[in-house]
Ligand binder design. Structure first.
Ligand SMILES: O=C(O)CCC(=O)C(=O)O
Ligand SMILES: [Fe+2]
Length: 346
């Protein structure tokens, strides 16, 4: 099957990876290679935790604007905190969504000029005083989703006919765990169809929880868009650019977008992005000849160079998506970034 024939997003039951691995891997291989997107059931995350995350997220977005703006991202050199609707850019265009970004909890590193630039990504999260329960709920979510995505990455390794622990550098220590809680206002409240513009995710794997409203669309190779509507109790899993890089394009990071929901509604989603520790290099897999023959190389885009160093790759995406944070805290890096874009490295 090629991507051009895809009509719908496959559904995979992860509990089979323990009980009947062959069946699971036989389903994972085409889902990963041909679609790059699938629904995951049997993931073991408690429904009560899912419900807590969704309801705490709703409560956050219902806070008075002044409470949300107290943790605005522009105050964080580490790209943490709240963004108003229209604050984030995809390919230079405004995304009509409000969101809060939560990364790994760690102390900031000194910026003394001698450190690699990506060390600036490390630092504390911003938590809303007005909603103290958000922090424990989301830190539990972060820990559970890290475990789940690590197990999934092991399944990907086996599906790629590699040692199960080939990606150990990704999840040993502290991986790069980014949670984004997102609300897309309805069409009456926005000036645009663009909830989030067409893009690829920049990490290894993304696990997305959707509330009730649809809007997520996945691009096929022949340029059609298919809906990945919410399915209760599932995650939508998709492949990011670092997995494309690790497999020399055997797996592709699939382009997707969110369309603004209808007037009078809104849409809530919670995305979890598993990246690598900032100081890790992405492993380049030595694929078996029959897989290598199908690896078409990494997509080359002069506007989006891929770096093997995980921190450099993450910093590139953050500077591009959040120009207000970049201008306030990292003006010195923007010059270097512009230079790097002229010379792709991957
Ligand atoms: O909100 C969604 O459904 C998807 C969001 C997304 O693709 C992203 O933030 O990278
Ligand atoms: Fe995405």
């Amino acid at each position: 099957m090629s991507k051009t024939t895809i009509q719908s997003i496959p559904v995979l039951d992860f509990s089979l990876f323990e009980t009947d691995p062959k069946t699971f891997l036989d389903a994972l291989k085409p889902a990963a290679r041909d679609v790059g997107f699938f629904y995951l059931t049997g993931h073991g995350i408690a429904q009560s935790l899912i419900d807590d995350v969704l309801s705490a997220s709703r409560r956050f977005f219902s806070l008075p604007e002044a409470d949300k703006l107290k943790i605005e991202m522009v105050n964080s050199p580490h790209f943490r905190g709240y963004n108003r609707v229209g604050q984030e850019l995809t390919k230079g265009q405004r995304d009509w969504r409000e969101q809060i970004d939560i990364g790994s909890e760690a102390a900031a590193l000194p910026v003394d000029g001698g450190q690699p630039a990506w060390t600036r990504l490390q630092g504390p999260n911003l938590w809303p005083d007005a909603l103290p329960e958000l922090k424990p709920i989301l830190l539990e979510w972060q820990s559970e989703l890290t475990k789940l995505s690590t197990r999934l990455l092991k399944a990907f390794a086996v599906a790629l006919e590699q040692d199960r622990d080939i990606f150990e550098t990704i999840y040993a220590g502290t991986p790069n765990q980014l949670i984004k809680i997102i609300r897309y206002p309805g069409r009456d409240a926005t000036g645009s169809e663009q909830g989030v513009g067409a893009h690829k995710d920049s990490g290894f794997l993304t696990l997305l929880l959707q509330e009730k409203q649809k809007g997520l669309e996945v691009e096929t190779e022949d340029g059609r868009w298919i809906e990945a509507e919410p399915r209760p109790g599932t995650f939508v899993v998709n492949i990011g650019e670092l997995l494309e890089l690790a497999t020399d394009g055997y797996l592709k990071a699939t382009v997707h977008r969110v369309v603004t929901p209808p007037a009078g509604t809104d849409r809530l989603s919670v995305a979890f992005f598993l990246g690598a520790p900032f100081d890790a290099e992405v492993p380049l897999l030595d694929l078996a000849p029959h897989l290598k023959a199908q690896a078409g190389g990494v997509t080359r885009d002069p506007h989006n160079p891929l770096f093997r160093n995980s921190g450099q790759n993450a910093l590139k995406s953050r500077l591009r998506s959040h120009p207000d944070v970049a201008a306030r805290h990292h003006a010195d890096l923007l010059v270097a970034q512009a230079r790097a874009e002229a010379v792709p490295v991957a």
